[in-house]
Design a protein around this ligand. Structure first.
Ligand SMILES: NC(=O)C1=CN([C@@H]2O[C@H](COP(=O)(O)OP(=O)(O)OC[C@H]3O[C@@H](n4cnc5c(N)ncnc54)[C@H](O)[C@@H]3O)[C@@H](O)[C@H]2O)C=CC1
Ligand SMILES: O=C(CO)COP(=O)(O)O
Length: 339
């Protein structure tokens, strides 16, 4: 593949990790951030200390605060801002872009109010003449591990096989391996909804429950994620892939995960507002819980774990009482896929 110029929008931990992968592969990685102090730090110190400690990055990774400069002559744009900022940043991109580019995103969430997936927002906001089919980059990938080049396997999903293969070539190397997938709905819902389950798994840990409970929430979480995703048009098999069970394992068991850490703190009795202000990074599972709860209710889909976490996060339900309630629901059969 010829040298590509890629603008990575969002210089948090994941945007920075992906920019390093792109740079390692011999391409030009431009990191865009609206925070000029951070841009200055990346360009002069080659660190991104608010997100990735004192790790040094290659001097070739340049940061930009001016979006039109960052997008000038690029081959592709990778959106990695929090879900709540996607629409606003996509609108800005559409105003300044003047040539056709590959449009990728690596964010995980559902839009508040509309319950839309991120690729749907990007399709709405960026004119078709300026973009490829959207490519979703998702899977088990703590930024902290990718930043130190630990082995990582994830998925690039697009309705266009060629566009997915472009990202496979762009990002793959000897520590980062990409599988293509044509199930955009499945990959995107898997990435968004696993954050809800990670909050729940963290909460169980914080309350002192053991491994059995954590295996249970991950497995039954997968069942309800699949239920909602299939109702939205996903292939159920996608959920046993990297973006499904893979990402549930990585975020549902690890203190690297901000969602797991937020749940753990809830389990230990901290207040959500304090947890959010102390994290300093996005906890997507909090807003995704609300969007998924509303969406599932409107489609009449049972998501008991999501509903429980919604009541804890938004209705001040007592965590132990909420767990008791979900444990004593009417009995079910695992064979009944729809319940
Ligand atoms: N950190 C990780 O390990 C992974 C994160 N993700 C996803 O990537 C997305 C971003 O996550 P992180 O990089 O971890 O978040 P972060 O909280 O570390 O950083 C987000 C970046 O976006 C910027 N930002 C926030 N609001 C903005 C706005 N309105 N306009 C422009 N920029 C804005 C922030 O300044 C920050 O630089 C999330 O959706 C997350 O779920 C996906 C895989 C791994
Ligand atoms: O999506 C992730 C890993 O695949 C990161 O999860 P957190 O946002 O919970 O840190």
């Amino acid at each position: 593949m010829e040298k590509q110029k890629i603008a990575v929008l969002g210089a948090g931990s994941w945007g920075t990790g992906l920019a390093q992968v792109i740079n390692d592969n011999g391409h030009e990685a431009r990191l865009w951030s609206f925070n000029s102090e951070q841009v200055n730090e990346i360009n002069t110190q080659h660190t991104n200390s608010a997100y990735l400690g004192n790790q040094k990055f290659d001097e070739k990774i340049r940061a930009y605060s001016d979006l039109s400069e960052a997008l000038d002559g690029v081959d592709g744009i990778m959106f990695v801002v929090p879900t709540k900022a996607i629409r606003e940043v996509a609108k800005q991109v559409n105003e300044v872009i003047n040539h056709k580019v590959y449009v990728m995103h690596a964010s995980k969430g559902l839009e508040q109010g509309t319950h839309k997936r991120i690729s749907e927002i990007l399709e709405e906001e960026i004119s078709p003449e300026f973009r490829s089919d959207i490519i979703v980059v998702s899977g088990p990938s703590h930024a902290e591990e990718v930043a130190v080049r630990d082995l990582t396997l994830i998925t690039a999903a697009s309705s266009s096989e060629n566009d997915a293969k472009y990202v496979q070539k762009l990002l793959s190397n000897n520590y980062f391996r990409i599988y293509t997938n044509n199930d955009v709905v499945g990959v995107e819902t898997a990435g968004a909804l696993k954050n809800i389950i990670a909050v729940g798994a963290g909460a169980l840990h914080g309350l002192g429950y053991g491994d059995n409970a954590k295996a249970a929430i991950i497995t039954r979480g997968l069942a309800e994620i699949t239920r909602l995703g299939v109702a939205l048009g996903a292939d159920p098999l996608t959920y046993i892939g990297l973006s499904g069970v893979g990402d549930l394992i990585v975020t549902g068991t690890s203190p690297h995960s901000r969602n797991w850490r937020a749940g753990n703190a809830l389990g230990q009795g901290e207040r959500l507002t304090d947890i959010e202000s102390n994290m300093g990074m996005v906890i997507e599972g909090v807003s995704t819980t609300k969007a998924a709860y509303e969406l599932a209710s409107s489609l009449n889909i049972e998501m008991p774990i999501t509903e429980t976490i919604y009541n804890v996060l938004y209705n001040e339900a007592d965590l132990r009482k909420a767990i008791k309630d979900v444990m004593t629901r009417e009995f079910k059969s695992e064979n009944e896929y729809n319940v």
